[in-house]
Design a protein. Structure first.
Length: 414
């Protein structure tokens, strides 16, 4: 079975004493990744135990006291370090205390690798007590290069978003990109050949797993929660007016804010903050929202039309470019620009590069962007469209300043 790109990073971190914590949305492949890493430790001197907290008996025992772990693993031996793989750690009543106690008492003999499905629960339950004891790795749905690898096209994956794209590979890559824009990167969806079955899997993801995040967070208005997700899906890259949403749904402003935070912490959406230097003319408050997986987004608007026939093709490409940027840079380095006169630039990266996304180059009207270019001559503007997006390498955005550091696209350190 193929391995996610994050596998090698997790494998390397096994030699570190800190807890390895893998976060991501439900069904992104965390359990599979955890088992693959465990299987790679085929060494009797390095015993590895996999524990799922979906098992109610184990969960109850761990909630009673952390030392009950030793009922489910081999006896500790001097000179031997055991590897403990715990799946769905957020189900514990107090995962922070559980891991802190065992780490502090046994870090020389126990190495923990754990997964959590929702950053919301991690934020609530993992307080400051694990500071310095953990390293967080994020497992998103597949990016386009991983998508190509899992589609058995490893030999052309290296050319996607590199600095050179051979013309011979362009037609096939565009066909595969079109599929990715419609169905996204959830592993089960990528591996399913039937478009009808792909849509069925996405329906199950939305109706079971997305709702499960809301229900486990005890939201008061689950229907409103899903309506907000559908609204965002239908307004990709649009500004979020929380007052309007609050009035339309007849729920409090703070409730809408809380639901948006939950959607972020559950890894379903990302919010982009405005860029502003002139506070009197440029908007500063309203954020723009993007989905972290395009297949899930397309389910919520019930639009799986081929990309060339898809009325949302411009929004899909814009969301795709956001995902590329978000996989490369810290989120606070990604902004958008808009004035009170509705002049807008899709993305401003590190205040060093402006990006405007149009599906077709013909839709780009240079005169619309003269005000921005005059106002910010130090920020070059680049057009991204379907025919050049595969040659866009987001890492080169900051090459003008070699001292700027991009985020590792697969890991986060907290």
């Amino acid at each position: 079975m193929k391995k996610r790109l994050l596998f090698n990073d997790i494998r390397k971190h096994l030699d570190k004493k800190q807890i390895t914590l893998i976060l991501g949305a439900r069904q992104t492949g965390k359990t599979t990744l955890l088992k693959q890493v465990q299987s790679s430790l085929a060494d009797p001197d390095r015993p590895a135990t996999y524990i799922s907290l979906e098992d109610k008996e184990i969960l109850t025992a761990f909630n009673q006291r952390p030392d009950n772990l030793f009922q489910f693993i081999p006896p500790l031996e001097n000179g031997k370090r055991q590897f403990i793989f715990i799946d769905e750690v957020q189900y514990l009543d107090d995962p922070s205390n559980f891991l802190k106690y065992l780490y502090d008492e046994h870090w020389e003999q126990l190495k923990f690798v754990v997964t959590g499905s929702s950053g919301f629960y991690i934020d609530q339950k993992f307080k400051d007590s694990l500071a310095g004891r953990k390293r967080i790795f994020h497992l998103p749905t597949m990016g386009f290069q991983e998508f190509l690898i899992f589609k058995d096209r490893e030999e052309i994956a290296k050319y996607a978003h590199a600095n050179f794209l051979p013309l011979a590979y362009r037609p096939e890559l565009q066909v595969l990109l079109s599929e990715y824009l419609i169905y996204g990167g959830y592993p089960d969806v990528v591996l399913e050949p039937s478009p009808t079955e792909k849509q069925g899997i996405l329906k199950e993801l939305a109706n079971s797993y997305v709702k499960k995040d809301a229900l486990e967070a005890a939201v008061l208005y689950p229907d409103a929660y899903m309506k907000i997700l559908r609204f965002i899906a239908g307004n990709i890259g649009g500004q979020l007016n929380i007052n309007t949403l609050s009035n339309d749904l007849k729920i409090e402003f703070k409730t809408v804010e809380a639901y948006l935070r939950l959607m972020e912490k559950s890894f379903h959406i990302s919010l982009v903050t405005p860029f502003a230097r002139n506070v009197s003319t440029e908007l500063r408050k309203m954020k723009k929202a993007y989905f972290n997986d395009l297949g899930l987004r397309n389910y919520f608007v019930n639009n799986f039309n081929p990309i060339r026939l898809n009325d949302d093709r411009g929004e899909l490409l814009e969301n795709y470019v956001f995902r590329l940027l978000n996989d490369t840079f810290d989120q606070e380095d990604i902004r958008y620009w808009r004035t009170q006169k509705k002049q807008e630039i899709d993305f401003i990266i590190k205040e060093k590069q402006a990006l405007e996304v149009k599906f077709s180059q013909d839709l780009y009207k240079p005169t619309k962007f003269k005000f921005f270019q005059t106002k910010y001559p130090d920020i070059p503007l680049q057009l991204i469209h379907f025919d050049n997006v595969l040659e866009f390498n987001p890492i080169t955005v900051t090459l003008q300043n070699s001292e700027q550091r991009t985020k590792n696209p697969k890991t986060l350190t907290l």
